[in-house]
Design a protein around this ligand. Sequence first.
Ligand code: ADP
Ligand code: MG
Length: 478
Amino acid sequence: MATGWGSLLQDERQLEELARQAVDRALAEGVLLRTSQEPSSSNVVSYAPFTLFPSLVPSALLEQAYAVQMDFNLLVDAVSQNAAFLEQTLSSTIKRDDYTARLFDIHKQVLKEGIAQFSPQTVFLGLNRSDYMFQHNADGSPALKQIEINTISASFGGLASRTPAVHRHVLNVLSKTKEAAKILSNNPSEGLALGIAKAWELYGSANALVLLIAQEKERNIFDQRAIENELLARNIHVIRRRFEDVFEKGSLDQDRRLFMDGQEVAVVYFRDGYMPSQYSQQNWEARLLLERSCAVKCPDIATQLAGTKKVQQELSRVGMLEVLLPGQPQAVARLRATFAGLYSLDMGEEGDQAIAKALAAPSRFVLKPQREGGGNNLYGEEMVQALEQLKDSEERASYILMEKIEPEPFGNCLLRPGSPTRVDQCISELGIFGVYVRQGKTLVMNKHVGHLLRTKAIVHADGGVAAGVAVLDNPYPV
Ligand code: ADP
Ligand code: MG
């Protein structure tokens, strides 16, 4: 497979001129982030980092990723509804991981109160993003392998709709008009907003709002605004509030309708609350209040738990998908084809064997705790040290082990404010956005709504765009 833009990457002066043009176009298109110096204000903004060229992606893998997205939506939905599966799967993890344990406590409490879950009209909304890398097989062929599925705060759907114009611009400057036309249009934020709008409509109260749970310091505001703008265009109003505001001013009425500043809330959309540092005691209480309400939560606590690495690992066990998606052998086959090797580290022989395998060949594995947001995984020597330290302790159950995906590197320029234009050896990660809405037992919506390609230099093992490692990109189908 051809992997890159060949001689174009060799002309330094041309690269610099193209980069200037690309950056100006990115700014004009709204591919924006707030700065790290002023993350709470839009007074000064800059461009979100991106690649100079779109990166080559085999069309067949792109199609495969799209084709399996509805199956992943069904799977996440099935797991979130299966309290017994969640309880069993997370039982060892929650003994050793306080953060997952707290999420699980809220889940238990909500179940015990038997709210919403048991009403036939209750609405569930899933907005997720399934992420993949392209494993470079020994015979040279690439294979689509899932890295993880994000069931909370899956981001960059807004900015990803703005980057195709930038890459088309770069190719047009080079008079590569045929190539420019191959860059796919992409509009995840519209699709995500349509999911929220459907949930809002089914909630059925014309004056109710969408409550976006926001962080005080939010560099990625323009990504979120893209969704807000789509909703407003449909006459659905969004208010942005922090957990702290919910703690102070949120309330439930006797029917558990949620009110914020006196206004009824139809849908709660979380862009916060996916990592432990985001929860003070007050924030935990606010989260519980939101979960107890009959507003549609995106995601509800069970769906957040369905996105844990531990659940991902248990789903890969032989026979598990068949139990969760009975009578759907084709969906099961499509899902399973994307699974990499995943191994439990629970105490016992199976976990011992996994640890022995990883210690014998550290470069082939990744050690993952139950965390989101990038920068938490351990590789190589660090993984070995952690495993040596953990291996006789029950704490190891709070991690999972994963086969390391090895894509074939290619050259591209990663454009970042303040960094020189230079060619790096890179690898990409493809995300597909999925949306589903369920009312009671009826699935009302299930679709894929676009993609996100992120690319990083191979020197960085971990980390996404928000973590400052990966940059926005577009697939160039080949
Ligand atoms: P997070 O929830 O923190 O985003 P991920 O599982 O997505 O956790 O891992 C973060 C990053 O680490 C990924 O974006 C990817 O670059 C890298 N990574 C994760 N798992 C693997 C793997 N199995 N093989 C290779 N790289 C991986
Ligand atoms: Mg990730």
